[in-house]
Design a protein around this ligand. Structure first.
Ligand SMILES: Nc1ncnc2c1ncn2[C@@H]1O[C@H](COP(=O)(O)OP(=O)(O)O)[C@@H](O)[C@H]1O
Ligand SMILES: [Mg+2]
Length: 439
């Protein structure tokens, strides 16, 4: 069996590692726009190209006569790579262009939720005039202001964080309105965020363990938002502040969203749907959905797959197996990022990795913004690599990650030591308790 993997981040390295441990030992080819050393090592063929060039991806898949294409990032999905692959008769992991709009068009998502499961929506309005912007902000007060389309995680601003007061919210919303002709304004939700990802084959939906990531750059949730500095999952697949009943509600919400979207477009949703939820006083609300795995969350969840990963990825592209099992273990991953990230685009720095430390600690390094050069591995400027530990408890996994990072003693990169610590988890639980009490 031959599989073409598209993408070059930590998410895709974790997928490559999972596929490589399958009992069928698939041959891997990789299409990347920068050469991830971890994926390179696992692949028999490497292709270098743009994530928008879906024509090339399709021709490579045909030329290599692959049995399956796995798409990691959103960009090729938005450019219709799955539609092209399906036309060529090649099984592919990921939704069609129309269904990928569950990620690419935040206003469309809100409309679908309001039809399928309105209780999961915040109050919202897609504004197309200045009058609508001003009226909505004046009426709602505390808001999230969002461009309708993709902005690489950098377009959303919320009251109390990036926006202080009505005037600033209005100014930012009008800036988007002038640029895009429309802007989405939502009621500010209060609660704790978590992600529920599901595999879908268009008929069956199967949940993955819940995960919580740490978006802010620095300890104590300070600094700018990032792609995610780390994430954790529990052995029971829940989170310290999410009950089984709330987990079931989140799963049902995603099921209704997928059903409604499939009905709307008359196409089957294959691949992963990522639900970013906020647990509020009135239950789980959907902040947004993504048409692919989260990164870092994929690193946790894919590494925990007990069901053969090829059965899972091929299954989502065709028909899912009857059940998908995960190791009953906790996992913690923390990203190492270059000093200066994310405020600046740091210059590449050379990083010396002592592989023996990873072996001794029983932890794993997942490469992301990394390249191999003659002198060794180089951190290229964005998130460099994640350290992952799988243990019976979050506490043990967190300690193993910290010990590993300490012993690796890497120069030029840093991480967030508080991710998944007992103190941070306690803070999340206490925040949730205050929200439930309406304080
Ligand atoms: N309605 C909302 N209420 C509170 N916070 C929100 C709301 N919408 C977004 N946010 C915050 O902003 C972040 C980014 O928004 P999101 O819609 O996920 O856009 P993207 O990930 O594309 O930047 C969320 O993870 C959440 O922390
Ligand atoms: Mg988001």
């Amino acid at each position: 069996m031959k599989i073409l993997l598209v993408g070059h981040g930590g998410r895709e390295h974790a997928i490559a590692l999972a596929l490589a441990r399958s009992r069928v030992h698939p041959e891997l080819a990789a299409y990347m726009s920068s050469i991830n050393p971890g994926i390179e090592e696992l692949s028999s063929r490497i292709y270098n190209g743009s994530m928008q060039d879906v024509g090339s991806i399709t021709s490579i898949a045909k030329g290599e006569r692959v049995d399956l294409v796995v798409i990691g990032p959103e960009e090729p999905l938005m450019h219709g790579v799955i539609d092209q692959l399906l036309e060529a008769g090649i099984p592919a992991f990921g939704p069609t262009r129309a269904l990928a709009n569950l990620e690419g068009n935040k206003a469309l998502l809100r409309k679908i939720i309001s039809l399928a499961v309105p209780e999961a929506n915040p109050i919202y309005r897609e504004c197309v005039t200045r009058g609508q912007v001003c009226d909505t902000i004046h009426a709602v007060q505390n808001v999230a202001v969002k461009p309708v389309g993709l902005t690489g995680g950098k377009g959303v601003r919320v009251s109390g964080k990036q926006l202080s007061g009505e005037a600033e919210a209005e100014e930012y919303a009008l800036e988007i309105l002038v640029r895009d002709g429309k802007v989405l304004i939502e009621e500010l939700l209060d609660g704790e965020e978590y992600s529920q990802m599901v595999f879908s084959d268009g008929v069956h939906l199967m949940p993955m363990p819940l995960a919580q990531d740490a978006k802010y750059a620095y300890e104590g949730d300070q600094g700018l938002m990032t792609g995610g500095m780390g994430s954790y999952t529990q052995a029971d697949q829940l989170l310290p502040f999410v009950s089984e009943s709330d987990r079931q509600k989140s799963f049902e919400i995603l099921k209704k969203v997928i059903d409604a979207a499939q009905g709307e477009f008359g196409e089957a949703y294959h691949g992963v749907l990522y639900g970013q939820f906020m647990l509020t006083r009135s239950g789980p609300k959907l902040v947004e959905t993504n048409a692919r795995f989260g990164d870092p969350e994929a690193i946790n969840v894919v590494s925990l797959l007990r069901t053969d990963p090829v059965d899972v990825f091929m299954g989502a592209a065709t028909t899912l197996p009857d059940k998908i099992e995960f190791e009953p273990m906790a996992s913690v991953c923390k990203y190492l990022v270059p000093e200066g990230y994310p405020e600046t685009r740091p210059e590449p720095v050379s990083v010396q990795i002592a592989e023996s430390v990873l072996e001794e600690e029983g932890t794993r390094l997942i490469y992301a913004g990394a390249e191999r050069q003659r002198t060794g591995v180089v951190a290229t400027g964005s998130r460099f690599a994640a350290v992952l530990a799988v243990r019976p408890t979050v506490e043990a996994a967190e300690e193993a990650v910290e010990r590993t990072i300490h012993r690796l003693d890497l120069k030029g990169v840093r991480h967030r030591p508080d991710v998944a610590t007992p103190a941070l988890l306690k803070k999340r639980v206490e925040h949730m308790q205050r929200v439930m009490q309406g304080q």
